[in-house]
Design a protein around this ligand. Structure first.
Ligand code: GDP
Length: 205
């Protein structure tokens, strides 16, 4: 699929500040350093998407990228920072978590949630929190997809035991049957077509 344009259009910090122009959207969630920017660049064939702040310790926002504006297949890609993982005060974290849960439950244009997990580490405590948020809050009909990143560091193969850990974590949240697990590398572009297979759910009206 051709990405003709991709523009940073908004940063949202609450339900009230989400873009009001409704287009289908997909979001990418994952801990910082999981490889999210690299994956977004790979998917869009870009080198450096116009990123605003990536400062650690700062309260981060949902970053909205508008893909293929002024075409029939325009959609948003939303970069969601790891919820509650940033070094921010507890009150800030719970505000963030409730925004995220409201977003999962209420954003009617949301089509796909991609959850990035580092293939070297497997699901960490934060990832289990994210799965729990999916189980508890994700609107029915929204596709949830796990992406295991940086597979080149494992020679392109994710170990069976790590895959099992992911399957077990999904199973513990009643998500196993419905959640595909993709393997990617931004270094050698592994998995790009599989990611697009699910991105297309947002493109096709
Ligand atoms: P973000 O914080 O989740 O946006 O992560 P970045 O995309 O900035 O990546 C964090 C670090 O991991 C950087 O040093 C990247 O070069 C590296 N990285 C990201 N994706 C890959 C990958 O697929 N393979 C390898 N080997 N390194 C990666």
């Amino acid at each position: 699929t051709l990405v003709r344009s991709v523009d940073f259009v908004a940063g949202a910090v609450s339900m009230e500040t989400l873009p009001t122009r409704m287009l289908p959207e997909v979001c990418f969630i994952g801990r910082s350093n999981v490889g999210k920017s690299s994956l977004l660049n790979m998917v869009c064939n870009r080198k450096d998407l116009a990123y605003v702040s990536k400062r650690p310790g700062k309260t981060q926002q949902f970053n909205y990228f508008l893909v293929n504006d002024k075409t029939k297949s325009a959609f948003y890609m939303v970069d969601v920072p790891g919820v509650g993982y940033a070094k921010v005060p507890l009150a800030e974290k719970s505000k963030w978590a409730s925004f995220f849960e409201s977003y999962l439950a209420q954003r009617s244009s949301l089509k796909v949630v991609f959850h990035l997990i580092d293939s070297r580490h497997g699901p960490l405590a934060q990832d289990l929190m994210t799965m729990e948020a999916m189980r508890a809050s994700l609107r029915p009909g929204v596709q949830y997809v796990i992406i295991l990143t940086k597979a080149d560091k494992k020679d392109g193969k994710v170990s069976p035991s790590l895959k099992q850990q992911v399957a077990d974590a999904l199973d513990a949240h009643q998500l196993k049957e419905t959640t595909p697990v993709l393997v990617t590398s931004a270094v050698n572009r592994l998995g790009r077509d599989e990611v697009w297979r699910y991105l297309r759910l947002a493109v096709i009206k």
